[in-house]
Design a protein around this ligand. Structure first.
Ligand code: ADP
Length: 593
């Protein structure tokens, strides 16, 4: 964040009215919407949200307590920007981009109002390796050179959007984020860092069609409700349904180069949880801290709603920046509901006409605009790079009621929904995914990739599994009316098969080191064999075997052994299950008594 209060043409503007985080100031005849202003003696950070003649309404990101009418207001001439450059990975930032490093050290969770802190460490030296030479023409997005941001992680230094020319000088050297590493013929300096207004999507060359999935390592999602890389997911669920566990699992095991986690929680303990838990997570790829490829954006509990509203844009901008380098980025927001509530609160203070349940009428539109920032793209500039930003936003519908406006708005713009169910969570069925409500629109896009990477016939396997689960629901309805005992053996076996599938394949224990993640081939094998066991049993039943004599329990035990076999050795377990199924398939009908 840079908000140097430099411009002074309206030095006489002052506070006229204070209402929570909203402040009216005048005279400010020439400020523009979303321009940053320094408010009051403490120079609190604020943003222009409305202008009316000389009067500007400001949304202040910090506690306005003690702010008095008459205190000075100074426009800065620029919007809220994110500072982008090496050193972002591992950062914990507040909603406007100030690092909470110092706070973690002091054990204090508050940033002093008006405090200015550079997002990027201004003193740290980086080794810049130039990739271009003087005399080379450059345009936006070109890779000037690279910096090793973390061991093995190449941070590509890009020509900022809108900049083009011919390189007059460039050199490999050690530099801080603010030092000049190259200069254009017209004298413009290029540094290791750049700024970008958070509310504006960063430019790219071309939007690319989705084709590969964002692999989650969670069987129920990868098999039944996959999301394409560059897609968006809404993750609604009431309190305690497992949203946080899912998001942490995605951060850990999801196949992304960089993770940006935005905690726009409201209550202090939600933030404290994120700050406690995330830094303790281990990256299964490297064995080192997950934070090495993560950026956390969290709001400290003394920051007003306005900062909460802004934090999601900061997260998106950081995600886009790494996408532009050619990386696959996952941005997660917990939760979109808190962002929407912030929007509602601000709308109410601005006395706007409220829509459903008090949310502003432009809720869905605004939400759509940041969901649209997800995508798979060809980055601007050379060398050619493809990057993707996948967005997963949890939604916390009050009382778990999915018909409420925020969930509905999210569903309108998300490409997939993973709905979590309180009833299942209560029964300790995890992940507590509601198999009937959840959906994905990405099946066609990812099916070729899935068939190649996870196993042949992926599409058909998925269809058969969904068919079995659908039959189960229909039979459960009937059983509820006439009783389970009145069902035929064939029908009861459908219920047994569906139960087996849900327990063995779809449930996954996030706290078991082996089970916490599942590779695509293993998920595929487990699903294929579990369904195979059911189908072989159903075949035997058709041929006249008695329901009781079908060894479903033995198969279940063998399948669970497969599920809990580590990645290196599960194929042996799979082979033995395969044999058992084959025997069941060949077993002759028993003699009738
Ligand atoms: P939420 O964020 O929706 O309020 P949490 O993510 O905190 O809910 O989950 C609540 C509890 O549910 C967790 O503390 C954990 O005990 C249990 N849980 C959720 N998901 C799983 C899972 N996949 N495996 C095992 N336990 C889980």
């Amino acid at each position: 964040m840079s908000a140097a209060a430099t411009a002074l043409p309206f030095a006489h503007a002052s506070v006229r009215r204070v209402s929570g985080s909203l402040v009216e100031a005048a005279p400010l005849p020439a400020v523009s919407l979303y321009e940053l202003v320094a408010v009051g003696e403490r120079a609190l950070l604020g943003e222009v949200v409305r202008t009316d003649g000389e009067v500007a309404t400001l949304q202040v990101y910090e506690d306005t307590q003690g702010l008095r009418v008459g205190e000075p207001v100074v426009p800065t001439g620029q919007p809220l920007v994110a500072r982008l450059g090496p050193g972002l990975l591992g950062c914990v930032l507040d909603g406007v981009g100030r690092p909470l490093r110092s706070i973690a050290a002091s054990g204090d969770i508050f940033v002093r109002p008006g405090a200015r802190a550079e997002t990027l460490d201004p003193d740290k030296q980086w080794r810049f390796e130039a990739r271009l030479r003087s005399g080379d023409p450059v345009r936006e997005g070109d890779v000037l050179g690279v910096v090793e941001e973390r061991p093995g992680f190449e941070h590509r230094i890009l020509v900022p959007p809108g900049v083009r020319g011919v390189l007059a000088e460039i050199a490999s050297r050690s530099a801080t984020v603010d030092q000049v590493v190259a200069r254009l013929a017209d004298g413009s300096p290029l540094t290791l860092s750049q700024s970008w207004p958070v509310r504006k999507p960063r430019p790219f060359a071309e939007r690319l069609a989705a084709e590969r999935p964002f692999v989650t390592g969670q069987r129920v999602f990868d098999l039944l409700f996959p999301v394409a890389e560059g897609g968006t997911v809404a993750l609604p669920g009431g309190f305690g349904t497992g949203k946080t566990v899912v998001e942490q699992a995605l951060a850990k095991f999801g196949d992304a180069d960089v993770v940006v986690f935005v905690g726009c929680g409201e209550r202090g303990n939600e933030i404290a949880e994120v700050l406690d838990e995330f830094p303790a997570l281990e990256d299964p790829r490297t064995g080192r801290a997950l934070m090495e490829r993560t950026v956390l954006v969290v709001n400290t509990s003394n920051m007003p709603v306005a900062a909460r509203e802004a934090s999601i844009y900061l997260g998106m901008t950081i995600g886009e920046y790494y996408r532009d380098m050619g990386y696959r980025v996952a941005v997660m927001a917990d939760s979109v509901s808190r962002w929407a509530e912030a929007l509602r609160e601000l709308g109410a203070r601005l006395q706007e006409m409220p829509g459903e349940e008090g949310y502003p009428t432009y809720l869905a539109n605004r939400m759509g605009r940041f969901f649209e920032r997800a995508g798979r793209v060809a980055a601007a500039g050379s060398p050619e790079r493809e990057g993707a930003l996948t967005f997963i936003g949890s939604v916390s519908p009050p009382g778990g009621d999915l018909s409420e406006p925020v969930t509905q708005a999210a569903l309108r713009v998300a490409g997939a929904m993973w709905a979590l169910d309180a009833g299942l969570a209560q029964k300790r069925v995890f992940p507590a995914v509601d198999l009937e409500l959840s959906y994905t629109l990405f099946v066609n896009e990812v099916s070729a990739w899935m068939a190649a990477e996870s196993g042949e016939g992926w599409l058909d396997l998925r269809r058969r599994v969904l068919g079995l689960l659908q039959q189960e629901r229909e039979l459960e309805d009937i059983a509820a009316l006439i009783g389970r005992d009145a069902l035929q053996d064939r029908e009861r076996f459908v219920l047994d098969g569906a139960t087996l599938f849900r327990e063995v394949v779809l449930q996954q224990n996030a706290f078991n080191p082996v089970d916490a993640t599942s590779s695509l081939p293993k998920t595929h094998a487990l699903a294929r064999l579990t369904l195979g066991a059911y189908e072989a049993g159903a075949g035997a039943l058709e041929r006249g075997r008695r329901l009781e004599s079908i060894p479903l329990q033995a198969l279940r035990a063998a399948l669970l052994r497969l599920r809990h076999a580590p990645e290196q050795s599960w194929r042996e377990s799979a082979a033995s299950v395969e044999q058992q199924i084959a025997r069941l398939g060949q077993a002759p009908a028993e003699e009738q008594p």
